[in-house]
Design a protein around this ligand. Structure first.
Ligand SMILES: Cc1cc2nc3c(=O)[nH]c(=O)nc-3n(C[C@H](O)[C@H](O)[C@H](O)COP(=O)(O)O)c2cc1C
Length: 187
């Protein structure tokens, strides 16, 4: 079972990337040897800002096809959203806009866990809410969602682990539903 994982951020030193790294270790170490995680970086999918005019003039960039194809090849998807001004990042929105012009069902019915984190007490919950709320319109089979508040209080960057036991249990539960649902879909 192959899981596609990424942080929806434009930052090289992203805290959401660290969270994805921790979730990846849980998936690979505790969900059986057949679980593999492919982590992609949104920097590899940079494109001009989406516009209808640009699409009509030049078509859909290869990077959008590559992103859409990466989801298509996966059995399940794990995303952690950074929050910029109460929404998810322009970097992800741009990739998403281009990919949606290939097919509105960007998530292609893959079981998906959506996370978010930020340094503040909201934990990126606004960005997460926007992504979760719109997910059904984009072919998303949502398995779970979780916002991790106050990242620097709840995550040990030295060991790359979530330290709050309640949040950790919630994360592990969401990830378990991801692999269970995906196995059921492939049975
Ligand atoms: C332009 C900008 C807007 C931001 N807006 C928010 C916000 O609305 N809510 C929030 O919790 N944090 C906000 N932040 C702080 C981010 O949560 C913080 O930079 C975090 O590290 C982003 O996640 P990342 O490191 O995974 O990219 C903002 C940061 C930037 C640069």
């Amino acid at each position: 079972m192959k899981i596609l994982a990424f942080a929806a951020t434009s930052s090289k030193h992203s805290i959401n990337k660290q969270l994805v790294g921790y979730a990846t270790r849980i998936l690979e170490n505790h969900h059986g040897p057949d679980v593999t995680v492919e982590t992609i970086d949104l920097h590899d999918y940079e494109m001009p800002i989406y516009s209808v005019d640009r699409q009509n003039e030049s078509g859909i960039p290869q990077a959008a096809h590559d992103f859409f194809g990466a989801i298509g090849e996966a059995d399940a998807v794990l995303i952690s959203f950074a929050e910029h001004n109460g929404f998810y990042t322009a970097a992800y929105k741009n990739i998403f806009d281009w990919a949606s012009r290939i097919d509105m069902r960007v998530y292609q019915d893959k079981p998906t866990v959506m996370l978010s984190t930020s340094p503040g007490p909201g934990g990126g919950a606004n960005a997460l809410r926007a992504a979760v709320g719109s997910a059904p319109f984009f072919g998303n089979d949502l398995s779970g969602s979780l916002a991790i508040p106050s990242f620097h209080d709840n995550f040990d960057t030295a060991t790359g682990t979530l330290t709050d036991p309640v949040l950790d249990a919630q994360l592990r539960s969401s990830l378990a539903s991801l692999t269970t649902l995906s196995e059921r879909a492939n049975a």
